[in-house]
Write a protein that binds this ligand. Structure first.
Ligand code: CA
Length: 225
């Protein structure tokens, strides 16, 4: 799951990003509204955490552009503007959620979890497929009730596939959602992590639940034959 944090209070921005990375998200940061628009326009995010008072371009203006251009991302407004009309204006402009500053990180975390899941499945923390369970809150996975020791990337890949059970997911798509923007699109990094993940799953389950459909991508669950 990829998140962009747009917030000009640099320290706050970086600490939100750090906290969300610890939760297993891939997080990019941006301190300026118009710069944020360029990034949002060029790349894909599952969630944008958006401050309203921003240099460059105001958060509300950015939000309108996101809606106008049909950018496919959830938006959580994080703002010191706490009046009811601010909230209504933000939600009317297409934001999915609104959190007022000051806030507790725990609350932000829980809303982020909710918004990043909502797009794919309804309110489920534990994903299940083929004897594998993955808890997106504790960032852990089990196969046949045995704990799997996975790296962050391996867990991210598995989570993304499990959220799209039966649907082939391409390397490019994994790159967009499981990697942050520092990733080199020409590296074979997805392949390397994927093969390590499949090896671990094979070890735990006795077979490899991930199928590589040539020309389509990787798929887990569903009818994979
Ligand atoms: Ca601000």
């Amino acid at each position: 799951m990829r998140i962009l944090v747009v917030e000009d209070e640099m320290e706050l921005c970086l600490s939100i990003a750090e906290g969300l990375r610890m939760d297993g998200f891939e997080v990019d940061t941006c301190f300026d509204g118009s710069e944020a628009w360029e990034i949002i326009w060029a790349e894909r995010f599952d969630l944008i955490i958006l401050d309203l008072n921003l240099p460059g371009m105001d958060g509300m203006e950015l939000l309108h552009k996101i809606s106008d251009e049909d950018i496919e991302a959830n938006v959580l407004i994080l703002s010191a503007r706490g009046q009811l009309r601010d909230k209504v204006e933000g939600l009317d402009a297409g934001a999915n959620d609104y959190l007022c500053k000051p806030f507790e990180f725990e609350e932000l975390e829980s809303r982020v979890r909710c918004l990043t899941r909502r797009k794919f499945i309804r309110q489920k923390v534990v994903l299940e497929c083929d004897g594998i369970t993955l808890d997106s809150k504790t960032r852990s996975a089990k196969a046949k009730d045995k704990e799997l020791t996975l790296t962050r990337k391996e867990l991210g890949i598995l989570e993304y596939l499990m959220m799209h059970q039966g649907v082939p997911v391409s390397q490019e798509e994994l790159m967009e959602h499981v990697w942050d923007s520092n990733a080199d699109p020409f590296s074979n990094s997805v392949r390397v992590h994927m093969s390590a993940l499949r090896k671990k799953l094979r070890g735990a389950l006795g077979y490899d639940p991930i199928v590589n459909r040539v020309g389509q991508g990787y798929v887990i669950g569903g009818k994979t034959s």
